[in-house]
Design a protein around this ligand. Structure first.
Ligand code: NDP
Length: 255
């Protein structure tokens, strides 16, 4: 039996990287998935993923985009069961290097986005129930000098996850809200970050990032997809307000 059979999901940032891994795992488990991303043309993505994949352009920092996407999916499928707030940026910078504009960009893309997504999801799911999965980061629990805005934005996601779970619990709404903290996952964002950190030798930056965990390799988007399937499925019916670390041991590593 497919673990998400008949479920209707939205995955933001689903065109590439971790989001794409989550979309592929959701489709394999029987869900219908709206892939929400910045690409103007979603036809190639829909063609690659099959008839249960729908693409929609959604800028996660824009409240009106959220409303339009939820309305469209709800009209088409009758309900929405799962939201994965995945879209994000890794834009870095220390307290001296980062500008006010950097801070605002990171906070809007990584934290305001999740706030808007959770608002839309709670509104859509309050009668029928559902699951929200927020993609935070191991850096939201353990920061670094060069991560000031990024870590703060992901710590905000973790706190917001708990607040949404508590709100739904207090009102008796059948909505669970959980977070995943990925470690270093092999995606375009991670490779772009490595190229910026070590322009002449990105492989050295990737090796250094790999060494931040204890498993000895990078994680894969499908491994985050597997964790998201669990949290979205009935197997996690008693799990809410939780953080699932899928980080190759990054958080507990003794540097
Ligand atoms: P990628 O950049 O590879 O993919 C992110 C996707 O989100 C892209 O398709 C991107 O579009 C899209 N996106 C960016 N901004 C917006 C926006 N405003 N509205 C809608 N879509 C948007 O990133 P990853 O897959 O690596 O990361 C996914 C999430 O996982 C992020 O939240 C990230 O912080 C988190 N994470 C990643 C880790 C890693 O090692 N990769 C580690 C820990 C957490 P476009 O390409 O057009 O910008």
């Amino acid at each position: 039996m497919s673990r998400l059979a008949g479920q209707v999901a939205i995955v933001t940032g689903g065109a590439r990287g971790i989001g794409r891994g989550i979309v592929e795992r959701f489709l394999a488990e029987g869900a219908t998935v709206m892939i929400a991303d910045l690409d103007e043309d979603g036809a190639p993505i829909e063609a690659a993923l099959g008839r249960h994949a729908l693409y929609r352009r959604l800028d996660v920092t824009r409240a009106d985009d959220w409303t339009a996407a939820f309305d469209a999916l709800s009209d088409r499928c009758g309900r929405i069961d799962i939201l994965v707030n995945n879209a994000g940026t890794s834009h870095g910078g220390s307290i001296e290097a980062a500008s006010e504009a950097d801070w605002r960009f990171v906070m809007d893309t990584n934290a305001l986005s999740v706030f808007l997504g959770c608002q839309a999801a709670v509104k859509a799911m309050r009668a029928t129930g559902g699951a929200i999965v927020n993609i935070a980061s191991a850096r939201g629990q353990r920061t670094g000098a060069a991560q000031c805005a990024y870590s703060a934005s992901k710590a905000a996601v973790l706190s917001l996850t708990e607040s949404v779970a508590l709100h739904c619990g207090e009102l008796g709404l059948p909505i669970r809200c959980n977070a995943i903290c990925p470690g270093v996952i092999d995606t375009p964002l991670m490779r772009g970050h490595a190229a910026k950190q070590s322009p002449g030798d990105p492989a050295a930056a990737i090796a250094a990032m790999t060494a931040m965990g204890i498993v000895g390799r990078l994680g894969t988007p499908h491994e985050i997809g597997d964790a998201a399937v669990f949290l979205a499925s009935a197997e996690a019916a008693f799990v809410t307000g939780a953080v699932l670390n899928v980080d190759g041991g990054f958080r507990i590593r003794d540097f």
